[in-house]
Ligand binder design. Structure first.
Ligand SMILES: NC(=O)c1ccc[n+]([C@@H]2O[C@H](COP(=O)([O-])OP(=O)(O)OC[C@H]3O[C@@H](n4cnc5c(N)ncnc54)[C@H](OP(=O)(O)O)[C@@H]3O)[C@@H](O)[C@H]2O)c1
Length: 338
């Protein structure tokens, strides 16, 4: 099998490449060469996906059995890649997101839920996470892939992805904090369900499906209710071996302290549909999310190798600021004593 990965050097793309190489496939990655490089065995082609001439030069290296657009967000950029490369691909895969759903995270979603109105031809030079455009852009990008790649397309909509090489600072912040030991702030309720998935399981599903000729759309999330926040934190304690104790702190207290959902601390989010992403369709197609504790343990083991992930400024936004944590812990201790 010959596979082309647009991207490939930060997180999910790396896992897709590793999964392909483990099967003995030939892998080519296309990126600008800024975010990092890969170990041997991969053909690296450097270029800017925003330049049509770079995409056309890339296309001349085809055909491929599978092309995977891992990082695309801006619709016109995703459109152009699909327009130029899909004619040289057996299967064309686009990595979208649950954010493409109009109602996520307010409400539960499955693949039939409405998505944002996305413009497949929308073009911008840059975009900002804070602007609320990520979901509509991913939706527009999906429309572009549907139009340009037709029946060859496979679209996956992962929820939160964790694992080795994660650069957003979600699980890595929790592991780092818990490894320092002591009492730490745990958000909301221990039984709060969560459903992150392992990056390696997403990668495996993508290429299994593409290789089997799969098309269509799949949510990718762990089974609803399988994992809890308490389980995540217990796994972090077990992995790090730290002498650490969660101090469960209710949502109202966290909000009153000025903390931001989703990032402070990572994965704390109250919207009712956040962790109600129905991935039944993917499970029926042999998507097998490994236990969360395995993701946690492997991520900690990877962090201890000293390898550094892609340097994303968003990582600095993740985590409870130390001064706020100290205040909350002191208040909790006083409350316990009184
Ligand atoms: N993390 C999550 O929880 C989560 C959840 C749902 C969906 N997703 C989606 O999953 C995907 C994950 O992406 P990733 O960052 O892990 O992918 P990746 O493929 O590992 O890394 C991103 C790649 O894009 C390349 N790139 C960036 N700009 C480029 C340009 N103009 N031209 C050519 N190459 C360019 C980067 O290399 P250079 O910088 O060297 O060019 C890098 O190789 C995204 O689509 C994200 O929306 C993530």
């Amino acid at each position: 099998m010959r596979m082309l990965v647009l991207g490939g050097t930060r997180f999910l793309g790396r896992a897709v490449v590793a999964s392909a190489l483990a099967r003995g496939w030939q892998a080519t990655v296309f990126n600008r060469g800024r975010s990092g490089s890969l170990a041997g065995g991969v053909t690296e082609v450097h270029g800017d996906r925003r330049k049509i001439e770079n995409l056309e030069q890339l296309a001349s290296r085809g055909p491929w059995d599978i092309v995977v657009d891992v990082p695309g967000v801006i619709p016109a950029e995703v459109r152009d890649a699909a327009r130029v490369l899909a004619p040289h691909a057996g299967r064309y895969v686009f990595v979208s997101s649950v954010s493409a759903y109009r109602d996520w995270p307010a409400h539960p979603v499955d693949e039939g839920s409405p998505r944002h109105d996305g413009d497949p031809d929308l073009d911008v030079d840059t975009w900002d996470w804070g602007a609320g455009v990520y979901g509509p852009y991913k939706a527009g990008a999906e429309v572009a892939v549907e139009r340009e790649a037709g029946g060859q397309r496979l679209i996956v909509r992962p929820g939160v992805i964790l694992g080795p090489w994660e650069y957003s600072g979600r699980l890595t912040w929790w592991l780092e904090r818990i490894s320092r030991g002591g009492r730490f702030i745990a958000p909301g309720h221990p039984a709060q369900a969560i459903q992150p998935v392992d990056v390696r399981d997403v990668a495996r599903f993508v290429i299994d499906q593409a290789a089997a000729g799969g098309t269509g759309v799949y949510n990718l999330a762990a089974p609803i209710g399988r994992d809890t926040f308490a389980g995540l934190l217990a796994a972090c304690i077990a992995a790090t071996g730290a002498n650490a104790t969660p101090v469960w702190t209710d949502d109202a207290t966290l909000e009153a302290a000025g903390l931001w959902e989703w990032t402070q601390p990572p994965l704390w989010r109250r919207a009712a549909g956040t962790w109600r992403v129905d991935a039944t369709r993917a499970f029926a197609a042999r998507f097998v999310p490994r236990p969360l504790r395995a993701t946690v343990a492997d991520t900690w083991a990877w962090m201890r190798t000293g390898q550094r992930p892609f340097n994303d400024p968003r990582a600095a936004l993740h985590g409870i600021p130390t001064d706020i944590e100290e205040r909350l812990l002191a208040a909790a201790a006083n409350g316990r004593a009184s």
